[in-house]
Design a protein around this ligand. Structure first.
Ligand SMILES: Nc1ncnc2c1ncn2[C@@H]1O[C@H](COP(=O)(O)OP(=O)(O)OP(=O)(O)O)[C@@H](O)[C@H]1O
Ligand SMILES: [Mg+2]
Length: 225
């Protein structure tokens, strides 16, 4: 379960604190798929960074599976993030010098998963098949289309079966055919893995496919559906 309680976030700036999130509270359970929409600058990415334990809140609490990531040491936090949280960003963030297969395997190179190299390699191949790139396994990111790169990013985010999958504008750079393919894949893999899926998007078409919908305006989160 993901529990976010009274989270506030202010960034320190030369002109004083900039308040970006105000009293955000939400609870999601495994199997939930939620979209977050809102105007540019309303705090959507800031919220995802906090949910993904990349940025601490200024106040309030976040727990995932009953654990508060911000109470962990730096090393434990890195392990926690790697094992429990999958990220997909608008820009795929793949390693350009590595193949599709190697990119998908990156999250497994550290921690406990490294011990089961054969298992993870076959899992990676089956995820790559599942995202429709079975015949692109040895391609480098530079040899893939934008939609294909994003599908690799999805496979990479899911390789360790994280309980929480966070996507920031995953279809933002894609044409509508690729965007709808990536959206279907995200929802399909979410159904199979029964994780918590949260997608930030400007696309009303994408948001409409989610059973749970939130809107952020001026740092305040409200549930729309
Ligand atoms: N590290 C930072 N330091 C200071 N201000 C920041 C920082 N990161 C974001 N901001 C500011 O916080 C506000 C919210 O930013 P955020 O990136 O969360 O918006 P967003 O809703 O994701 O917008 P977009 O739809 O354009 O991606 C913005 O006004 C931004 O300028
Ligand atoms: Mg953003």
């Amino acid at each position: 379960m993901l529990q976010v309680s009274h989270v506030n976030k202010a960034y320190a700036t030369p002109r004083g604190p900039l308040e970006v999130l105000s009293d955000v509270t939400l609870t999601l359970t495994p199997g939930d798929a939620a979209a977050i929409t809102g105007p540019s600058g309303s705090g959507k990415s800031s919220l995802l960074y906090i949910l993904g334990a990349l940025e601490p809140p200024s106040s309030g609490t976040v727990t995932l599976g009953g654990r508060d990531p911000f109470a962990l040491s730096a090393n434990s936090l890195a392990d926690f993030r790697n094992a429990e949280i999958g990220f997909v960003f608008q820009d795929h963030c793949l390693l350009p010098q590595c193949s599709v297969l190697e990119n998908v395997l990156v999250p497994t190179l550290v921690g406990a998963a490294a011990a089961h190299a054969d298992d993870v390699a076959s899992r990676a191949r089956s995820l790559i098949e599942h995202v429709g790139l079975g015949d692109r396994v040895e391609h480098r990111p530079g040899e893939l289309s934008g939609g294909e790169k994003q599908r690799v990013a999805i496979a990479r985010a899911l390789i360790r079966e994280p309980g929480l999958m966070l996507c920031d504008e995953p279809t933002g750079n894609l044409d509508h055919v690729s965007a709808s393919m990536v959206a279907s894949l995200l929802l399909d893999l979410h159904q199979r893995q029964q994780n918590i899926l949260i997608v930030v998007t400007h696309s009303t078409t994408l948001a409409a496919q989610f059973p749970i919908r939130f809107e952020i305006v001026g740092g305040r989160l409200t549930r729309e559906g």
